[in-house]
Design a protein around this ligand. Sequence first.
Ligand SMILES: Nc1ncnc2c1ncn2[C@@H]1O[C@H](COP(=O)(O)OP(=O)(O)OP(=O)(O)O)[C@@H](O)[C@H]1O
Ligand SMILES: [Mg+2]
Length: 212
Amino acid sequence: MKGGFLISFEGSEGSGKTTQIALLEDRLSATGRKCLLTREPGGTPIGEKIRHLLKFDEDATAMCPETELLLFAASRAQLVRELIDPAISEGKIVLCDRYLDSTTVYQGVARQISADPVQMINHFAVGNRVPDLTVIIDVPANIGLTRARQRSNGGDADRMEQESIDFYERVREGYLLLARSLPERFFVVDGAQEPDVISELIWAEIKRRFGV
Ligand SMILES: Nc1ncnc2c1ncn2[C@@H]1O[C@H](COP(=O)(O)OP(=O)(O)OP(=O)(O)O)[C@@H](O)[C@H]1O
Ligand SMILES: [Mg+2]
């Protein structure tokens, strides 16, 4: 049995992460590989409660950036130990919809918490479980936000979706900066293309890296 590994998907709201994870799971399953799909914040019963608090709780508008950072990290710490590590030990390929780079970018770059505590808390939360590959789906902020808003049908946008366009431009730049600083872990794909085209590019990269 080939060993398990972790692929995380990053990119701003509406960039197409969830869409691409579903397409990748189909391709991997067709080869006979077992996958585990999960998401952040959330993925475990404890994590899903934290997710709700972060995204939808009416009191969350009063949340300070430090609290937000720690809650994301808490959800992730649980996810790694309860789901990701055991799945990888069983030889599964874990596809994670957001992971530690979301914290680096959203709480670090976009909310401007300094890099040192963000890195320290990230490392404390995940232990040694760094992704084997991180796919960044890169779209201009206006495209991602338009897609996310269309999906929400103008209804209940979550707290993150209500941020300004400037915030999402900083998020985008933060991801690209991260990818440039660690090119061996990241694969950046242009998310303004058709979903099938993006899926094909991601698949080619995964075959190249892991020989699946
Ligand atoms: N390449 C694409 N071109 C056009 N529309 C797309 C593309 N990929 C996804 N979409 C559509 O855009 C919307 C957002 O896609 P998706 O939910 O996959 O993004 P996401 O990155 O998971 O967003 P979020 O961070 O908010 O969960 C969906 O309605 C989806 O069908
Ligand atoms: Mg999604």
